[in-house]
Ligand binder design. Structure first.
Ligand code: ITT
Length: 193
């Protein structure tokens, strides 16, 4: 008989599932990630925390899900662009993409290229409980050009601080060692263990 605990992860993004599964296997071995590909509306709120929390509330109410689940909202924050694209990262990626971000950053040098990835995991333990949030960040900078073909989304333009490579030039294992997502999810693993 297996003593593994199942944890439902609600996302439409298969790359997120791979990263979370790999991290859970490496860190715990006791957690089975069950992927539910449920699409909920991309809420346009000012904070990534609010998007994660309200998305979890939406899923809880709309689906009537009884089991514990989590979802997460992530974004790229560029201080030199006043925090853009932040909570609007999904829309911005679909519209202007990595080339558009590089164009907006064309005149930014040195410190002005700093950027932060942020993930907020929202965990619902039971239908009657409000979501608990776990935040993870990864600091780095916007690369001068698109590099690498691993990862997804903004990975080809994000260089983790102190690293030569973009996230797209790293393996999943390497990205998981330092990423915003693994840091946020690691806090959830600590909470439930
Ligand atoms: P779900 O909401 O269904 O989970 P999504 O892809 O819409 O999937 P987000 O809203 O959290 O996920 O992502 C916002 C944008 O940021 C989206 O364009 C992603 O591709 C991008 N993104 C999120 N995490 C990333 C990461 O680790 N590396 C690079 N880009 C990322």
């Amino acid at each position: 008989m297996s003593s593994k605990r199942e944890l439902i992860f609600i996302t439409t993004n298969s790359h997120k599932v791979k990263e979370i599964r790999d991290f859970a296997d490496a860190e715990s071995g006791n957690i089975t990630i069950v992927h539910r590909d449920y699409e909920y509306p991309e809420l346009q709120l000012d904070e990534i925390e609010a998007v994660a929390r309200e998305s979890a509330n939406y899923v809880r109410e709309k689906t009537g899900i009884e089991d514990a689940f989590f979802l997460e909202d992530s974004g790229l924050i560029i201080p030199a662009l006043n925090g853009f694209p932040g909570p609007f990262s999904a829309f911005v990626f679909k519209t202007i993409g990595n080339d558009g971000i590089l164009n907006l950053m064309a005149d930014k040098k040195g410190e002005a290229r700093k950027a932060t990835f942020k993930t907020v995991v929202a965990f619902c333990e039971a239908p009657s409980k409000t979501p608990i949030l776990f935040v993870g960040i990864a600091k780095g900078k916007i690369a001068e050009e698109i590099r690498g073909c691993g990862g997804f989304g903004y990975d080809p333009i994000f260089e983790f601080e102190g690293a030569e490579e973009t996230f797209a030039e790293m393996s999943t294992e390497e990205k998981n060692r330092v990423s915003h997502r693994s840091r946020a999810f690691g806090k959830l693993l600590d909470y439930i263990s």
